[in-house]
Each structure stands twice: as C-alpha cells, then as structure tokens.
Ligand binder design. Structure first.
Ligand SMILES: [Zn+2]
Length: 399
C-alpha cells in the first residue's frame, strides 16, 4: 500500500509531515494528492472523510483508492511531486466523527447485550447518525434501556485500544460482528464491553464520547432505524430541542415542562369551541331562514349571496326545508366561483337534481344530487342570475 495510514494507530494526531508521491487531476477538476503517509481519514465504513489543509491549501475530501492509497482532493495550489508538505486535520470535525463513530460501537453493543439485537448498518449524517437494528418488538422504553447502558459505559470512562490480529486469531475471539474483509484484522476493544473489527477513528477512552441520546426511531424495511446523536451533536440537539420547547411554552406563558399539558388542554378546548360554533351556526341559519321565508312566493325562496361557501349555503337550505312546503333556490358568488344549492322539503314537489343539471350547464360547470337536494357550481359567475332564473322557470313550468 502506498500510503501509510497514521490514523490507524493515532486518532488524535492532527498535524503531520509527508512526502508527495503522486498528483492526479481526477476529481471535479481538482488535483488529488497521494502522500507517503497521512492522518486524513478517507470516506468509508459509514464515516465521512476528514477535511483540513495541506500547506495551508484546503483539503475538501479524502477518498480511499485502495492499493493506490488515500487521495487528498486539494482546492488551490497543488504541491509538486517529491515535495514535503505539512498536513493539518480539522479537529472539530474529527472529534465529532470520533464521538459519533465510537458512540455507535457502544450503542450497538448495548442493544446486543440487552436484547441480542445486531446492528445491520450504520451511517453518520449531517446532523445525526443512524443504525439499523434487527430487534423484536421495539418500544421507546426498550430503546431507552439501551441508551441508559450506553451512557453508563461512557461515564465509566473505559479505555479503548486497538489490536491487530490474524484471521486465525480473530476466529477464536468473541467479535460483535463478522469481519467484512479477510486477512489480518484491526480490532477495536472497549475494555470489558466490546470487541469489533473496524477501520475508523475512535476515542481513546469512552468518556470522550460525552453522551448518547436517541432522537427518534422507526420501522424500516423489516429493521428498526434508530437516529441518535453523540457528544457535541447531543449538546447541539439539546439546545435546539430546548429552544423549541421554550418557544412553545412562551405561547402559553408558562414554564417549559408545563407546556405539553397546556397544549393538550387547548386542543380539547378547540374541539369544544368547534362543536359550539356548529350549534350556533345552526341557530343562526334558523333565524336567517325565517327572514328569507318572508320573501318567498308560493313557498319558493330565491336568493343570491356574496362570498358564501357551499357548506354555509347547505346549512341554510336545511334550515329552510325544515319548514313544510318550502323550496329553496340558493346561489352565491364565492370569489371566482358560482355556487348553487337547490332543496325542497319532503312534502314539496320538484326534482332538484334535474334543475341543478340544467342550471349548471349555463354556468359551464357541474352539479347534481337527489330529487330533494342538489348542489353544484361553475366558473361563469356572470351567468349566475340567468342560471337561477332558468331554474325557477323550469320549476314553475313543472308545477
Ligand atoms: Zn469503528
């Protein structure tokens, strides 16, 4: 292998010197530099690449090119082949990855120990990380038990060491997961807790992970996907959650922890208010119906409203036909829509469905219903009066 990977033996090495052994123009027009040794971790194993600088030029990504070594994608002046460069890793990003990655080892082993639930895959995302677990009947309570164990392991500040073994030696060791490759293996051992083959960057002691919290979980493709945050991300997520919770609490002029109860109360009140509004609307419609009835000719009420929606028209129609021998031909100019509701009481005569179809044809719209009640509408608002007159004429002709 061309590049000696310094991060294998020291995940906290952030400054190093190396010799440029090759330069290629191969990534999005930027040069990729290969060094004889590097502390940069390249994208792989669910962990994103390190970033940093080579001679003060930005290294935006590192790519594992197998036998050829690690490609450092440099934006800026490319160092020449044979020269010696100073490399520097972005420590904040490295620490973040160390915490998520080591946190994952601890969390995965916690699920394994408590519930025999193996981790099928793992990835570090922008804000959080995910593991996909094979676990029976997951519940929030079960998951929180694993989180509890994981945090205890973190706070016990156990040592984390690296062991290089042959495949034969590995075969006799209690590894948490099967190695993904053959040959010699690099094992990560968390003192008295976990032993896994892994090529990533890890903490030196579990305490460095800080803490682990599960944000949320869901069933996905027969597995359980758990979204978690560790270390600096856990603090960032706590700040965000606390801010949201306090903002909601401020709306209720209360303390953060009292807000959920007040919000639940408000939802109940809201439902109750809606029930009361429906009752009041019916009462209002009855009052309105009585007034309109005074304008009726031979029991037929014809009226056009401004800006009334279909639901409101129907309520009024119901109130009107509760009165015997009444027919209601109601219309509304509702913004750019013409609306119609035709209805009759059970003892009145007329096919409202047929009238509606005829009227809607004039509106270039559609409508229908039953002989006792029909509704419809169209876009030709300017023909609403014609449609209503047409319906009334047809009604008078039929009777
Ligand atoms: Zn690892």
């Amino acid at each position: 292998m061309l590049t000696e990977r310094l991060y294998y033996s020291d995940s906290h090495l952030i400054e190093f010197e190396a010799k440029v052994i090759d330069v290629t123009e191969r990534v999005s027009g930027w040069a990729a530099v290969i060094l004889d040794q590097t502390a940069f971790y390249p994208t792989g194993g669910g962990q994103p690449s390190d970033t940093g600088t080579l001679n003060s030029q930005r290294v935006v990504e590192c790519i594992d090119d197998g036998e050829r070594g690690v490609l450092h994608v440099v934006q800026g002046v490319t160092p020449s082949r044979g020269s010696v460069v100073k490399g520097r890793i972005d420590w904040a990003r490295r620490l973040d990855h160390i915490q998520q990655h080591t946190g994952q080892h601890i969390l995965s082993q916690s699920f394994e120990k408590l519930f025999n639930a193996p981790t099928k895959s793992f990835r570090v995302l922008d804000q959080s990380s995910e593991i996909d677990l094979e676990i029976n009947n997951p519940t929030t309570e079960l998951i929180e038990r694993a989180v509890e164990l994981a945090n205890n392991v973190i706070w016990e500040d156990r040592s984390i060491t690296i062991r290089n073994v042959t495949a034969d030696e590995a075969a006799n060791l209690p590894l948490r997961k099967e190695p993904a490759r053959s040959g010699d293996l690099r094992l990560i051992e968390i003192e008295g807790f976990d032993l896994s083959p892994c090529g990533g960057t890890h903490a030196v002691r579990t305490g460095e992970v800080g803490m682990i919290a599960v944000r949320t979980w869901e069933r996905a493709k027969g597995l359980t996907r758990i979204e978690f945050v560790a270390g600096v991300r856990a603090l960032a997520d706590y700040r965000k959650a606390n801010k949201s919770a306090r903002e909601v609490a401020a709306l209720f002029s209360t303390g953060r922890d009292d807000a959920p109860q007040l919000a639940a109360q408000m939802v109940e009140e809201h439902k109750e208010l809606n029930r009361r509004i429906r009752v009041l609307e019916e009462l209002a419609a009855e009052g309105e119906a009585e007034k309109l009835l005074a304008t009726a000719r031979d029991g037929v009420v014809v009226h056009t409203f401004e800006g009334r929606d279909a639901e409101s028209l129907k309520k009024l129609a119901h109130a009107l036909i509760a009165i015997p021998r009444t027919i209601a031909l109601l219309a509304s100019r509702d913004k750019d829509t013409a609306r119609l509701v035709f209805a009759r009481s059970a003892d009145a005569v007329g096919d409202m469905n047929a009238l509606m179809r005829e009227a809607c044809a004039l509106l270039d719209g559609r409508g229908g219903g039953k002989p006792e009640m029909a509704q419809g509408g169209g876009k030709k608002v300017e023909r609403l009066a014609d449609a209503l007159t047409h319906a009334l004429t047809l009604l008078n002709r039929a009777s």
